[in-house]
Design a protein around this ligand. Sequence first.
Ligand code: PLP
Length: 399
Amino acid sequence: MRIPFGTISVTEKSKQLIIETLETNRLSSGKLVREFEKRFAELVGAKEAVAVSSGTDADMLAMAVLYDFGAERGDEIIVPALSFVATGNAVLAAGFTPVFVDVDRKTLNIDPAKIGNAITEKTRAIMPVHLMGKPADMDAINSIAKKYDLYVIEDAAEAHGALYRGKCAGTLGDIGAFSLYVAHIITTVEGGIITTDNEKFAEILRSLRSHGRACKCKSCVLNTSSAYCEKRFGNNGDGDIRFIFERIGFSSKMNEMEAAVGIGNLDIYHEILNKRRQNLYYLLEKIKQFGRHLVSIEKEPHEEIGPHALPIIVQEGSRVTRNHLVRHLEKSGIDTRDLFTSMPTQCRGFEFRGYRQGEFPNAEYLGKNGLHIGVHQDMGREECDYIIQVLNEFLEKSA
Ligand SMILES: Cc1ncc(COP(=O)(O)O)c(C=O)c1O
């Protein structure tokens, strides 16, 4: 049996929309992107959603909004030490300094008890990551943010469908940033989307994704028809607002074909989500039998986990190693991914920040001993049982 890490569902409607779009010759961001944004916002319960070209750009632009509210280049953003490296890269790409905080080994998420020590006069925001779709401890994080007057930007890249006290991930702080990469629950192939209830933030985000332009309407008439835009030259004689740049921007737009794939995914979202959640919760239950050697995350009563993937962590003191397990799974046809790395101490790119091995014991442990495998919608009970059988065989041989 072969179990790839991810899959992609491209619906008939998406294919049709792509063909129609190609025939119109209007391929850059236009009416399909607007439709996708509107429906995504409704789905998560946010007032606004702004589509961009990747989850990394979603993180980056969400942070760059803060320059309009007094942040300065080089100011600090607090992020968990353990995440996909894009989280840390995005902080730097936005012009900020990442300040890392260790994670909780059980939840994989930033440890709120350690955030206080990382706050300085330069701190502008906390960016929790809902790793593997498990919501971070948002009550604690929001209350720290309130106390120190910080923004909260959720990296919800892996948290489609995650619920925290009944609210969707991405709506629990000031801004939420999702990845729409192929392996994720809603995908546009490559892509990202930013959610917020703050209309001013959304306007700035629309400017930021298009080079910092003054042109930032929620519903742009350009590229949807050849309609004349009243606003373009109505700017007190200043000229074309498309060539007035209000802030340092990025080139991060989503295109119409990507939105077409995303719209099809939204049509079948609940089907995808339920299938993946059934797979994840089944595996979480079954994996408990291997508790002496392997553990995963636990679903707590106040939450639903966004079923992104199944994390597996080799227990301290076990004779098995992550690398042997990975080899066994891969040989058995089960695709694996490492459970990322401690960005500050296991990723060479962040050495310049001067952190030392041992400063992030939990992130480092998970970085060396964790992996994750798929729970996607093309899998069912048979694939899940096969995974458990392969894990069982491995432990019988190696433990
Ligand atoms: C936690 C996290 N943040 C950010 C990203 C970046 O998303 P993308 O690959 O769409 O740029 C990812 C990617 O999967 C991620 O897992």
